[in-house]
Write a protein that binds this ligand. Structure first.
Ligand code: MF3
Ligand code: CO
Ligand code: CO
Length: 345
């Protein structure tokens, strides 16, 4: 296949066209088939609105180096594969928690440092450089670099890219939305957090999507209470998405985190009846809902990483790493502005 962005699964005739025009597939790109009124559908149907150009794979810059004095997570020297199998969920030890607070706050600090660099004309590779240098400055290893072969230090997911976008030479354009997902490995533990940035002015639908995604993450966090089943988190998120008629991505999930980047439990962002695990104080995991303006379905590019929406409509994601407590959940990936650290409250 020469065009990795072309959908591998075509929409149904009455579903929205994959090109993002908002028209039914049968009235848009279903070329050669009969149109709605019995006329042959035109190959190039005129579109009712201007369509943002879809994201295409760009050029990936050479690997950025990490000085030898910065400790690497174990998968880096094991072909990207974590040497430990996924371990069962267990409350974290106090010393691990103290380190996770530092790693989490550092990750959020790096994420927030990216914000001022986001503007039209800046490439996602330049954002990768910002994350890489800032991480090293804090003595941290950028966890994505070399994880299962991921070639860069951060994930950047623009418009219809749902997650795991690889930074490249595509300049951001006015009206784009971009998720930046920073994970740092510091003092033997990971902190994982992401948010959406707007490139200039974005349209009302993208704005609605971002606001709903923030509300969905907040609802998921609110549901993460000791004694509650894990299922409550996904149910809360799905409720927010459905009220806004947005799709919730099912394939990509939140995860336990600590000394491992991705650990048990699997955190669903939709109501999953099998998620019966009872939450306990000391559990640490991410919540990272991905909401779509259209279908929840995705298509994977040939690079094996970039997940785009099947209908090419925009997608948004936000992520925090959190700790279950006896009371309200503690955000480990927060800064003083969003949640003062425990010892200073
Ligand atoms: N940060 C992502 C997450 O939230 C994982 C990225 S894995 C990578 O779980 F290899 F793509 F970096
Ligand atoms: Co994560
Ligand atoms: Co992440």
């Amino acid at each position: 296949m020469s065009d990795p962005a072309a959908p591998t699964a075509l929409p149904g005739r009455n579903d929205p066209c994959w090109c993002g025009s908002g028209r039914k597939y049968k009235r848009c790109h279903a070329g050669g088939e009969r149109g709605a009124r019995g006329h042959p559908a035109r190959e190039t149907a005129p579109h009712p609105q201007r369509i943002a150009e879809r994201i295409k794979p760009g050029r990936i810059s050479p690997t950025r180096e990490v000085p030898a004095d910065i400790p690497r997570p174990p998968y880096v020297d094991n072909n990207g594969v974590p040497p430990q199998p996924r371990r069962p969920v267990a409350p974290q030890q106090p010393d691990v928690l103290a380190r996770m607070r530092r790693a989490g706050r550092a990750a959020r600090e790096v994420l927030e440092a990216v914000g001022p660099h986001v503007e039209p004309g800046v490439t996602t590779d330049e954002l990768d450089a910002v994350v890489h240098e800032h991480a090293l400055g804090l003595g941290a290893y950028p966890s994505p670099l070399g994880y299962h072969g991921f070639p860069k230090s951060v994930c950047t997911s623009v418009n219809e890219v749902i997650c795991h976008g690889i930074p490249d030479d595509r300049p951001l354009a006015e009206g784009d939305i971009v998720n930046v997902d920073v994970t740092l490995y510091l003092d033997g533990v990971h902190g994982d957090t992401s948010t959406m940035f707007r490139v200039g002015e974005v349209d009302a639908e993208k704005e609605r999507l971002i606001v709903a995604t923030e509300a969905a993450l907040a609802a998921g966090i609110e549901a993460a209470r000791a004694g509650a089943p894990l299922r409550d988190i996904g149910r809360a998120i799905q409720g927010v998405a459905e009220a806004e008629r947005l799709g919730v991505v099912r394939t990509f999930v939140g995860h336990g985190i600590g000394t491992d980047f991705h650990a048990e439990p699997t955190v669903y962002h939709y109501d999953e009846p099998e998620a019966t695990l009872r939450l306990e104080p000391g559990m640490t995991f991410t919540i990272e809902p991905m909401l779509n303006l259209g279908s929840w379905r995705h298509v994977l590019w040939e690079d094996g990483w970039t997940a785009v929406t099947a209908d090419l409509q925009p997608s948004a994601q936000m992520e925090h790493t959190l700790l279950v407590t006896e009371g309200e959940p503690e955000l480990l990936t927060a800064t003083d502005a969003t949640q003062p650290p425990r010892d200073r409250r």
